[in-house]
Structures are given as structure tokens and as C-alpha cells.
Design a protein around this ligand. Structure first.
Ligand code: SAM
Length: 244
């Protein structure tokens, strides 16, 4: 059926694609993608051949309008290089304009590095905030961290290897003592997740420069649940109070 289909693709392990994603790619009229080489490889792996159209949110207004207009009669799939489109990836403008034009839009769920990192980290996740990439410049990075540190939730960021140590050092300065997790190479052969205090992790990754893609997470401030020991102490105190 004509319309716009937002389709999540794997973030490493090629097995992480849904049956519905494959069916939709097989049945569509064309695929709007960030990089035709990256998406071409995925389709080749799936044995699917479709027209590929390069698209990102910086594409010309005219090209976007043409793509949206074509959805009246064509089934267009939107993918990004990896994971869920629109999550720190292009697509927002396309979806907004397709919806405004009354085009049927649907989103097929799948891999998203932020969610995989969150579930793997062991940090509290009853509430969390996804904050995309931290700014590159030192001051801007520190300012945004100071702002976000006031929010009492787990914070989730996308990060790159070369910038990780700087970010950890900034976290150590702005919110020392909070648990931090570094989740690397998710769903891939060398998947790794390490949790600790930010200064300790900064030291570790200075010694071992991290390779690959990274999700960086900061646990909530003092989200300490009562431990077994705390409960024992509370009980003892309560009993002592009764006797007195
Ligand atoms: N839309 C994608 C998603 O849903 O995960 C994210 C796109 S964003 C441009 C790319 C960033 O996602 C990387 O810099 C990294 O922080 C994170 N990322 C993607 N794949 C990852 C993986 N396999 N392991 C860890 N982080 C990953």
C-alpha cells in the first residue's frame, strides 16, 4: 500500500531485523536512506533489490516535497544507516511533512542503540532521558551536563570513541559519584558494558582507548535502594525501640 514506512535496521548483528521489516522492504517501491552504499549492502544481504534514494534532513526542500508527493502512489521505506530512523538520525522533517500531507505513515520497531544500552547497563530505568550526542566543545559539553544533571533520571547519550574520555572527565567534574555505564559495540562480537564512577572509567579508557560505537549512560543521583544491611539495621532499631 502507498505511504511512508519507517523501518528500523540492525545496529551490528544482521540477525536483528524483523520479519515485518523484511516483508516491507521486499514489497516497497523504493527506499529513502542516508547512505546508498550502507543500505545497498543490507538489501543485498537480504536478497532484495530496490531503487535507493539518498535522503537526509538537509536534502533540498524541493526533493523532500517530491518524495512526499510520490507517497500518494508509492510505498516508500525510510531507513537510516543503522538502528531506528529519527533517533539521532534523519527523518523528522520527512515524517512531519508526510503527516501534514495526509500520507499514511507507519513505524516498524526494531534495534535502537539507546534502548539496548539502557537495558544492558543495569542502571535504574523506571525513568530515563535520551539526550543524543553531547556537544563537542568543552564548555558547551559541561554546560549541558550541568543542566541535565538536575534531572533525577538515568541519562542516555550517544558517544564516539575519540571523545569518550573527555566526556567522562566532564561527568566526573559535574556529577561525581554517580554511576556511569559505557556500553560498546552492542549486538556485535566484542560487545562490552562497564559500570563505575566516572573518574575510574576515565582512567580505564585512557589506558585502553575504546574502539567502536558507544552508548554512555549516567545513573540517577543517589538512586540507592535500601540494601539488605539497611533493612537489618532498620529492623534492629525498630525492635530496640519497642523494648525501650
Ligand atoms: N538511529 C540509531 C539507533 O537507533 O541506535 C543511532 C544513530 S546515531 C547517528 C549513531 C550512534 O549510535 C553511535 O555514535 C553510537 O553512539 C550509537 N550506536 C549505534 N550502534 C551502536 C552499537 N552497535 N553499539 C553502541 N552504540 C551504538
Amino acid at each position: 500500500l502507498p505511504g511512508l514506512y519507517i523501518v528500523a535496521t540492525p545496529i551490528g548483528n544482521l540477525g536483528d531485523i524483523t520479519l515485518r521489516a523484511i516483508e516491507t522492504l521486499r514489497g516497497c517501491d523504493g527506499v529513502a536512506c542516508e547512505d546508498t552504499r550502507v543500505t545497498g549492502k543490507l538489501l543485498k544481504h537480504l536478497g532484495i533489490s530496490k531503487p535507493l534514494w539518498r535522503y537526509d534532513d538537509h536534502s533540498e526542500e524541493r526533493d523532500r516535497a517530491r518524495l512526499v508527493a510520490s507517497m500518494d502512489t508509492r510505498a516508500v521505506v525510510l531507513v537510516s544507516d543503522a538502528g531506528t530512523p529519527l533517533v539521532s538520525d534523519p527523518g523528522f522533517r520527512l515524517v512531519r511533512e508526510a503527516r501534514a500531507a495526509g500520507i499514511p505513515v507507519t513505524s516498524l520497531p526494531g534495534a535502537c542503540a539507546a534502548v539496548v544500552g539502557l537495558t544492558l547497563s543495569g542502571l535504574p530505568n523506571d525513568r530515563f532521558m535520551f539526550a543524543g550526542f553531547l556537544p563537542v566543545k568543552d564548555k558547551a559539553r559541561r554546560d549541558i551536563l550541568a543542566e541535565l544533571a538536575k534531572i533525577e533520571t538515568t541519562l542516555v547519550f550517544y558517544e564516539t570513541g575519540p571523545r569518550l574520555v573527555k566526556s567522562l572527565a566532564a561527568i566526573a567534574a559535574v556529577c561525581p559519584g554517580r554511576d556511569v555505564s559505557v556500553a560498546r559495540e552492542l549486538t556485535k562480537l566484542h560487545e562490552d558494558c562497564r559500570t563505575g564512577e566516572p573518574d575510574v572509567l576515565a582512567e580505564h579508557y585512557t589506558q585502553h582507548p575504546p574502539k567502536g560505537e558507544i552508548v554512555l549512560l549516567i545513573g540517577p543521583p543517589v538512586a540507592r535502594e535500601a540494601s539488605g544491611e539497611d533493612v537489618d539495621t532498620m529492623l534492629r532499631e525498630a525492635l530496640a525501640g519497642e523494648k525501650a
